[in-house]
Write a protein that binds this ligand. Structure first.
Ligand SMILES: Cc1cc2nc3c(=O)[nH]c(=O)nc-3n(C[C@H](O)[C@H](O)[C@H](O)COP(=O)(O)OP(=O)(O)OC[C@H]3O[C@@H](n4cnc5c(N)ncnc54)[C@H](O)[C@@H]3O)c2cc1C
Length: 304
């Protein structure tokens, strides 16, 4: 393995989890229209643009086709900003342009919010492809239900389609024409170079499981368990399970939740969704206690 410093490292097993990279959109200037899909400078930039937005303005969230990082998160962003607009920027609107035919995560929860508590703020439009961005004029050229159109807005959150981290393309771990790295979900070893002991997990892998932090944590446990077994000559656990969860805020005082379990199917040799659950409705208890508790546990488990 070659490092940016020029040094090389030998290994028996290597795990790569480089997250996501973006497919290009013509004219997309990340400073003018932040993707804000990797936390840090980009999310701060979007927040600053929203704070600077005058009352009565329009905020566009352009959502890419699936699969992308955190299927519930663009809609969650809409509810958080809608709550902010209601309190601090009266008369402002959110236009959600979704490349997908329907809300990609927690559909009932978010459609209830968009059509209910935020009906005067949020407009949700499915089946919209962004063809090009014009930073100077704050405009997106789009195709909406097969027809060319354009939208302008004071603030535009253009989230491009996603693919595995660049290092995986550079290392030949993503096949031609694919966006993510195929792996064996028993041990997350690349199926393109099975003998190389290169493992890929998190958002870069192509198993069809949720692309989330909770899921990346879950996959890491399966992967490391398989590596420890391999080091002493054992086969991986033949029946791994992984889990995902999200606790999106719906209003300033309420939040919802969803959980999903994936199990290994030996017939198809894939991870399949075997159970899921959702909150019946958003509550203050989820917002104040369950959501923060989940986050604390996940963070202390991941970064211990
Ligand atoms: C708005 C939003 C809300 C979300 N909400 C939730 C949620 O409620 N629940 C949940 O579970 N998940 C949530 N997620 C998703 C979660 O953040 C990601 O799924 C998770 O971070 C994926 O982990 P990862 O390790 O694959 O990638 P990352 O966390 O992106 O980590 C990859 C790391 O690898 C580094 N890297 C890349 N290439 C190289 C290289 N060549 N050399 C060295 N380092 C490299 C990157 O800089 C980065 O630090 C959310 C995401 C967003 C954007």
């Amino acid at each position: 393995m070659h490092l940016a410093s020029g040094a090389s490292l030998g290994y028996e097993h290597v795990i790569l989890a480089p997250g996501i990279d973006f497919e290009p959109v013509e004219g997309h200037d990340f400073q003018a229209m932040p993707h804000a899909w990797i936390a840090g400078e980009q999310t701060t930039l979007l927040r600053d643009q929203l704070l600077a937005m005058p009352a009565g303005g329009t905020f566009v969230i352009a959502i890419p086709r699936t699969p992308f990082r955190a299927h519930t998160a663009p809609y969650e962003r809409a509810t958080v900003v809608a709550d902010f607009f209601r309190r601090k920027r009266p008369g402002s609107k959110i236009l959600i342009l979704d490349a997908n035919p329907a809300i990609a995560g927690m559909r009932r929860t978010f459609s209830t919010a968009f059509e209910g508590v935020y009906r005067d703020i949020v407009e949700y439009v499915p089946n919209v492809t962004v063809n090009a961005a014009d930073a100077l004029n704050r405009r997106l050229d789009i195709t909406r239900d097969g027809m060319a159109d354009s939208v302008t807005a004071e603030v535009i959150n253009l989230i491009p389609a996603q693919k595995a981290g660049k290092v995986l393309f550079d290392s030949g771990l993503v096949p031609e024409g694919s966006r993510f790295a195929p792996v064996n979900p028993l041990n997350y070893a690349s199926t393109l170079v099975p003998a190389a002991n290169v493992h890929v997990l998190g958002d870069s892998q192509a198993t069809g499981q949720a692309k989330s932090g909770h899921m990346a944590n879950s996959q890491a446990k399966v992967c490391v368990d398989a590596i420890l077994r391999a080091l002493v000559g054992l086969e991986p656990d033949p029946g791994p399970k992984t889990t995902a969860a999200a606790f999106p805020p719906i209003t300033r005082r309420t939040a919802s939740w969803t959980t999903a379990t994936f199990s290994y199917d030996p017939v198809t040799m894939t991870m399949v969704s075997t159970s899921s659950a959702k909150a019946p409705e958003p509550t203050e208890e989820v917002r104040e206690e369950q959501g923060p508790g989940w986050l604390r546990n996940l963070q202390s488990d991941s970064f211990a």
